[in-house]
Write a protein that binds this ligand. Structure first.
Ligand code: NAD
Length: 517
């Protein structure tokens, strides 16, 4: 997290000093300074110099200059560079895991087992995918013409990422875009810039040409808005809250330029009466609490069919209470702090307001003083895993994104009611359904409006499959071949086959000339 009172930017942290990566080299921003702190302790990790609009201009100019060469490179050249990037990231895995853990407060085990290997695998996937881009049609769709489809890169992509999975989000933004032949300027969250900067440094070590990957660290309304509105940026790719997504869409509309918006979520977790109760309880605890609940696909609303409801609440409360909060660098720790005290206060505000409206806090509901390992947590942005019941469907805790370790549980009676409640949200990013019945599962997966529906699980992602939302969760896909396509333009190329001076169709315009002839 940042603290503008401690802006010493001279120390190297995460192999980096300065806050910016422009045209293959570190650079110091000229837009003021901020300190990045460890949310587990409040300790300052390093100062960064923030990007000014002029720094963003320099990064966009570098990306623009790199575009002709990179976009013209043979797919195999891009594929090999991205494959080398995967290897460089793999070689830095432990260092990346430690920096990710420190800047975001994530448990080191999550970083080692999920964030870093996930990004390495993404890079390996997009290295392969770079060689698979193809137009689907080539043929004579009119007797006189041959048509074909090209997929061309778009240009400079301006990307903006959040703080919850800083390395993974940088990977999701940069990898498909550069694999498809674009160049990128990424603005990571100013709370968590270091692993994105390390990714850019790894790209240089991998031989990705200078200017293809640029990082600007800065405040959203300053560096972010300047990047989105920049006339040389052809596309905006944003991951973050729905509120900021709306602002991005507004700015991009002036282009108009293409947007790729991965926004908030409020994932339902629907448990039918024929579900394996213990599996559903474990699934709810893991799915709601991963990354301290700061996950856009996290289970946030559990709807449990009446016969299982009481037992589900009791077992889930015990599962929440058993989760180990503590020092993120301890391998045994399950959950670390939230990303900042501000975020922890926001979460506490939701829970306290719910309590005031008569909600039952079945587990958690407050900040812990001591970790499972005896660590003093008083200076960290911790909040206990919290299970809430007794709220109606229209309560703010059921409707709004909390982005913390809080699960609200509601009962339902009929299957139709369960699906209706699951869909009763502005969001549509992810959902899960828990049942032993194939027909129930198939009906639910057809009817739930979300970019991903899990059956008897909640959270797993995989490089080959798309991630992205519907409704207020945005549009566009991350990961997968669909994401690669999102970073290309479809071009129709049509060849005349006849060689004739006068084409048949031209007589609709040139009948007089044809009559004279
Ligand atoms: P946020 O919207 O506050 O910030 C995201 C990024 O936008 C940051 O880099 C921030 O500096 C920048 N920003 C802020 N204001 C801006 C502006 N006016 N113009 C341009 N850029 C601006 O989100 P956050 O708090 O960092 O992250 C949490 C949010 O991200 C949650 O809503 C979560 O659901 C969402 N998220 C979505 C996905 C997904 O794939 N759909 C993935 C991860 C996180």
């Amino acid at each position: 997290m940042t603290d503008s009172a401690a802006p010493d930017t001279s120390a190297v942290y995460g192999r980096h000093r300065g806050g910016q990566w422009i045209n293959g080299a570190p650079a110091a921003g000229r837009g003021g300074a901020a300190a990045v702190t460890d949310p587990a302790t409040g300790a300052v990790l390093a100062g960064i110099a923030l990007a000014s609009p002029a720094d963003v201009d320099a990064a966009v100019a570098a990306a623009k200059a790199a575009f002709p060469g990179w976009s013209a490179a043979a797919p195999v050249e891009r594929a090999e560079a991205v494959a080398r990037l995967a290897a460089e990231l793999g070689a830095r895995a432990e260092e990346l895991a430690l920096v990710e853990s420190e800047q975001a407060g994530k448990p080191i085990r999550l970083c080692r087992e999920f964030d870093v290997p996930g990004t390495v695998d993404n890079a390996a996937f997009f290295a392969g995918a770079a060689r698979q881009l193809e137009g689907k049609a080539a043929g004579e769709y009119s007797a006189d013409h041959t048509s074909m489809i090209r997929r061309d890169p778009i240009g400079v992509v301006g990307s903006i990422a959040p703080w919850n999975y800083p390395l993974q989000m940088a990977g999701w933004k940069i990898l498909p875009a550069v694999a498809a032949g674009n160049t990128v300027v990424l603005k990571p969250s100013e709370l968590t810039p270091f692993t994105a900067l390390m990714l850019a440094e790894a790209a240089r070590a991998a031989g990705v040409p200078d200017g293809v990957v640029n990082i600007v660290t800065g405040a959203g309304p300053v560096a972010g808005e300047h990047l989105v509105a920049h006339p040389d940026v052809a596309m905006t790719s944003f991951t973050g809250s729905t509120a900021v997504g709306r602002r991005i869409a507004e700015l991009a509309a002036a282009g108009p330029k293409r947007t790729h918006l991965e926004l908030g979520g409020k994932a339902p977790f629907v448990v039918h009466d024929d579900a394996d109760l213990d599996a559903a309880v474990r699934g709810a605890a893991a799915g709601a609490l991963i990354n301290t609940g700061q996950d856009c696909t996290a289970a946030t609303r559990a709807y449990v069919q009446r016969p299982l409801y009481e037992a589900f609440v009791a077992k889930a409360a015990a599962a929440f209470d058993a989760v180990r909060l503590g020092d993120p660098r301890n391998e045994g720790t399950d959950l670390g702090p939230l990303v900042s005290h501000r975020q922890a206060e926001r979460v506490a505000g939701f829970v306290e307001r719910a309590r005031g409206r008569g909600a039952v806090i079945a587990a958690g509901g407050g900040a812990p003083k001591t970790g499972w390992d005896g660590t003093d947590l008083a200076r960290g942005a911790y909040y206990r895993p919290t299970l809430v019941t007794g709220l109606p469907q229209d309560d703010e805790l059921v409707r709004q994104e909390v982005f913390g370790p809080v699960l609200v549980v509601l009962p339902f009676d009929t299957d139709e009611e369960g699906i209706r409640l699951a869909n009763d949200t502005p969001y549509g990013l992810a959902a899960s359904v828990w049942t032993g019945g194939i027909h129930r599962a198939l009906r639910a997966t057809r009817e739930i409006q979300a970019g991903c529906v899990w059956v008897n699980d909640h959270i797993p992602i995989i490089s080959e499959m798309p991630h992205g939302g519907w409704k207020a969760s945005g549009h566009g896909k991350d990961m997968s071949a669909y994401s690669l396509e999102d970073y290309t333009q479809v071009k129709h190329v049509m060849f005349d086959l006849t060689g004739a001076v006068a084409k048949d169709w031209q007589s609709t315009v040139l009948s007089a000339a044809d009559e004279e002839g």
